[in-house]
Each structure stands twice: as structure tokens, then as C-alpha cells.
Design a protein around this ligand. Structure first.
Ligand code: FES
Length: 352
């Protein structure tokens, strides 16, 4: 009785041993073996074709084409890119699984449990097992699989790399100057509200008021929604009116304002949220995203939060009828900072 108990304690589960080895069709039938090899090679061989199809769809399928399916409306190009890229990855997986199931060696191995730390002998044994695994993969003999796999895996880089072109042109100095560092503001462009699109008369603004506005020439882009969205993302502004005697106006910006009416970019210089939380009494403008706070009564300097530079100010004046117009474009790039940006012309607290 006591010896039975000891056996149960040291071997709580009887060792079932290794099950009887069953040969696979591909092990006993040379034709089945060749068929399996062709299946795997066909999977890998289709991958470069699908990858090239992905590239062709990316460049040549019109982006306006759409597919209707079960009530869904989707971009035809996106649908095909997803299908071709997805099936290419799937075929690499299917080919690898079939290779392991039908062609690689399938000898059963039993391994004793052992302490976590490995000694030198164990490590050498593992390395030997790895070598044996490579040998069992049958790659040295199955040249067709090896060759198709060598083409299939690099081909998968195409679907991963080509869509990077959608990130736009490389942002060198020329590209930045023509894109993110410029807006459609220029001399004489009228300021209009972003709701009614009506011009704004200086005499209509009262002290303490904030108006969300945009350039009147944004309407010229009505037929090109993408260009309009891109332009408004940079050109959006806020106009505030403060009592001139309560604010600091540096000498160099004396003619950038009209009787205490000042105009600033609406885009936060931290990471670009639109801002219009205005504290009339303190003249502070608060960004709701990370609480950067700008003093609009002091040329937009940062008084709190993570933003690293002042809010860009748009120089304004009035036309012959008293409507607010831009005196020029912004003198510095609007929006978030980035490493290559020239910050030499940003306003610093105390500048004249
Ligand atoms: S985006 Fe304005 S504080 Fe971060």
C-alpha cells in the first residue's frame, strides 16, 4: 500500500510513451511528395505576382472607383489593396504550414523536463537540434521551395513600402517652403467669418470679442475639397479685440493691429489643435488638448503648457471701406513645431 502511494507521488500521471509513428502519404509515395512540393512552391510563387498586382492597383486604379457590397460602399482601390496584400501574406503562411505538414521530417521526439538553467551540454544539444531541424526541412534537396521562398519574402516588402508614397513628397526645404510653411494669406485678402463667410468691419467688433475667421480666398477652392481642407487647416485664424491700453504691442508690430484688434493663427503650436477658448479678462487663449496657454495681449507668447513657441500673429489693417484685410501672409510658419523648422523669427517675450 505504502509503495503504491510513493509511485503515485513521484509519477502522478503514467507516462503514455510516444505514440506509434504513422507514415504520411508524402513519405511513402514519391508522386505525393512531388505534389506537396509543387503545392508549397505554388503558394510561394503566387506571392510576387500578388505583390506586383498590389503595386499596379496602387498606381493605376483610379481612386474615385468604388465597390458596392452588401450595402457597403467602399473605395475600390482600398478593397483591392487589402485583398491582394492580405492574400499574399496568407499564401506565405499556407505554404509554410503545408511545408511543415507534408515535407519536413516528422520524427517524434521526447524531451525530459529539466531545470530552467541550461548547461553547456544542453545548449550544444539544442544547437544540434536546430541543425537537424534545418536538415529535416529538406531545403538543400527541395530547391524549388527554397528558390520560390527567396523571391516571395522580399516581394512582401512591396505592399509594405509602396503605400508610404501616400505620406506625400519628401519634406526637404523646398517642399516645406511650398507646403507646410506657407498659407493662402497674402496682402489684401479679406478676413471673413467661418460661419457666414461675410467680411468683418473693424468698427463692428467690440472689446472682449473673439471671432473665428478664415481668408476670403478660401472660397476659390470650393471645387477642390482636398485642397480646401489642406488650406483651411493652416489658414484658420481667430480675431480678438482688446482695449489697447491694457495690452503690450511691440514697436515692430505697431501696424499689425487695428485699434486693439489682433489676429492670430488658430492652430496650436504644440501639436496643432484648433484653439478658441478665450479668457476675456486675462487675454489668455487656452488650448483644450494639453492646456497650452497663450497671452494674446503680449504677441501670443506661451504662459503655460507644453507649446514651445508663440502663436503666430497675422498682420492686419483695413481697406478703404473699413473691412479687415491681411497686411501680408504670416511671417513665420503656423502650426506644430518640427525639427527642421527655422525658429529664428519666432516672437520671444520682450522682443521689440
Ligand atoms: S495641441 Fe495645444 S497644447 Fe497640445
Amino acid at each position: 500500500m505504502s509503495s503504491d502511494l510513493e509511485v503515485t507521488r513521484s509519477h502522478p500521471v503514467p507516462d503514455p510513451g510516444i505514440p506509434e509513428h504513422v507514415e504520411r502519404w508524402a513519405d511513402v509515395d514519391p508522386e505525393a511528395s512531388r505534389r506537396a512540393e509543387r503545392q508549397v512552391a505554388a503558394c510561394f510563387g503566387a506571392v510576387p505576382v500578388l505583390a506586383l498586382g498590389f503595386v499596379a492597383v496602387y498606381f493605376f486604379m483610379p481612386r474615385t472607383w468604388a465597390v458596392q457590397f452588401a450595402g457597403l460602399h467602399a473605395s475600390a482601390q482600398h478593397t483591392w489593396l487589402g485583398l491582394l496584400g492580405g492574400v499574399a501574406v496568407l499564401l506565405v503562411g499556407v505554404g509554410a504550414v503545408q511545408w511543415a505538414r507534408l515535407i519536413m521530417g516528422d520524427h517524434e521526439i521526447s524531451e525530459e523536463r529539466h531545470p530552467a538553467g541550461s548547461n553547456t551540454a544542453d545548449r550544444e544539444e539544442v544547437l544540434g537540434d536546430v541543425d537537424e531541424g534545418i536538415a529535416q526541412s529538406d531545403l538543400p534537396r527541395r530547391k524549388l521551395i527554397g528558390n520560390t521562398l527567396k523571391i516571395a519574402l522580399p516581394a512582401l516588402a512591396l505592399p509594405a513600402l509602396v503605400p508610404l508614397l501616400d505620406m506625400g513628397p519628401w519634406p526637404g526645404p523646398g517642399t516645406r517652403a511650398a507646403t507646410i510653411e506657407t498659407t493662402i494669406w497674402s496682402v489684401g485678402v479679406h478676413l471673413v467669418t467661418d460661419v457666414t463667410y461675410k467680411r468683418i468691419k473693424a468698427t463692428d467688433m467690440v472689446v472682449g470679442e473673439l471671432v473665428n475667421a478664415e481668408p476670403e480666398n478660401i472660397q476659390d477652392l470650393n471645387n477642390d475639397p482636398a485642397a480646401k481642407a489642406s488650406a483651411i487647416a493652416k489658414a484658420a485664424i481667430i480675431i480678438v479685440r482688446m482695449e489697447p491700453s491694457t495690452i503690450k504691442i511691440p514697436q515692430s508690430r505697431k501696424d499689425w493691429q487695428v485699434d486693439g484688434i489682433l489676429c492670430y493663427s488658430k492652430i496650436c503650436t504644440h501639436v496643432g489643435c484648433p484653439i478658441s477658448l478665450w479668457e476675456q479678462q486675462t487675454h489668455h487663449l487656452l488650448c483644450p488638448c494639453h492646456q497650452s496657454t497663450f497671452d494674446l495681449g503680449n504677441s501670443g507668447v506661451v504662459v503655460f503648457g507644453p507649446a514651445a513657441r508663440s502663436l503666430p500673429q497675422l498682420p492686419i489693417t483695413t481697406d478703404s471701406e473699413g473691412y479687415l484685410v491681411a497686411r501680408s501672409g504670416f511671417t513665420v510658419p503656423v502650426g506644430p513645431s518640427y525639427f527642421e523648422r527655422d525658429s529664428n523669427h519666432d516672437y520671444q517675450d520682450g522682443d521689440n
